[in-house]
Write a protein that binds this ligand. Structure first.
Ligand code: SAH
Length: 222
C-alpha cells in the first residue's frame, strides 16, 4: 500500500469515528461500507483533500455530493440486509450509489443531468460496481421497467412525495425522501405494510438541492 493511500484511509476512518459514529450512527454494515468506499474519488481536483470532512462539496452543474453524515443517516434509515432491489433518485457524484451497492443486491439510479450521469457511471465502473445501473431521466417518474423496489431513496429535496415512487414500492418496502421547502426539508420515511397501508415517519431536518421534475419542483421555482 502506498503512503498516500494510507493517509487517505486514516482521514476516512477518523471522519467515520468522529462525525458518523460520533453523531449516533450505529448500523455496523453502514459504517463498514463507509470505511470502504473512497469518497475522494467522487470529487474533482483539489476538493479531494476535503473529501473526509463532513460537508457537502460541489460536483458541478450547481449540484453537490451529500454530507457523509446525511448519507449514513439515510442509508441506515433504509435498513438494508443485502438482498434488496434499490431505486435511487439523484445519482449526482455516485457516492451514495456506491454505498447502496455495497449493502444491497442491485441498485437502479436515475439522474437528470447528462454530465453527472456520465461521470458517476465512469467512477462506479472504475471501482468495479457491477450491480449498478445509471439512467438519464426524470426520477420523479421512478423507473417502471425494474419495479417494484424493496427500497427507494431520493437524494434531492421535494415539495411533496412523488406518487409514481409510492406506486413502485414493493410490499414491506420503504421510501426515504427529504420533503419540504426549497431551503430546508424533513427527512421522511414511508413504509408500505403488508395490508397495503402506508406509514409515514419524520426523521430529521436536512438541506438538499431541488428535486426537479414532473412530480417535484419546476426548474425555476425559488
Ligand atoms: N447522492 C448524490 C446527491 C447529488 S445532489 C451525491 O451524494 O452525490 C442531488 C442530485 O439529484 C443532483 O445530481 C440532481 O441533478 C439530481 N436530481 C434532481 N432532480 C432529479 C430528478 N427529477 N431526477 C433525477 N435526478 C434528479
Amino acid at each position: 500500500m502506498t503512503r498516500k493511500n494510507s493517509r487517505v484511509e486514516w482521514a476516512r476512518n477518523r471522519m467515520i469515528e468522529k462525525d458518523i459514529e460520533g453523531r449516533g450512527i450505529t448500523d455496523e454494515r453502514v459504517l463498514d461500507a463507509m470505511r470502504k468506499v473512497p469518497r475522494h474519488l467522487f470529487v474533482e481536483g483539489n476538493l479531494k483533500s476535503r473529501a473526509y470532512e463532513d460537508f457537502p462539496l460541489p460536483i458541478g452543474e450547481e449540484q453537490t455530493i451529500s454530507q457523509p453524515y446525511m448519507v449514513a443517516l439515510m442509508t441506515q434509515a433504509l435498513k438494508l440486509t443485502g438482498k434488496e432491489s434499490v431505486l435511487e433518485i439523484g445519482t449526482g457524484s455516485g457516492y451514495q450509489t456506491a454505498i447502496l451497492a455495497e449493502l444491497s443486491e442491485r441498485v437502479y439510479s436515475v439522474e437528470r443531468i447528462p454530465s453527472l450521469a456520465g461521470n458517476s457511471r465512469k467512477v462506479l465502473d472504475s471501482l468495479g460496481y457491477k450491480n449498478v445501473l445509471v439512467r438519464l431521466s426524470d426520477g420523479t417518474l421512478g423507473w417502471e421497467d425494474h419495479a417494484p423496489y424493496d427500497r427507494i431513496l431520493v437524494t434531492a429535496g421535494s415539495p411533496k412525495i412523488p406518487m409514481p415512487l409510492v406506486e413502485q414500492l414493493n410490499e414491506n418496502g420503504m421510501l426515504v425522501i427529504p420533503v419540504g421547502g426549497n431551503h430546508s426539508q424533513m427527512l421522511t420515511r414511508v413504509t408500505l405494510g403488508k395490508d397495503g397501508h402506508l406509514k409515514e415517519e419524520k426523521m430529521e431536518g436536512c438541506i438538499f438541492v431541488k428535486l426537479v421534475g414532473r412530480h417535484g419542483w419546476e426548474e425555476n421555482d425559488k
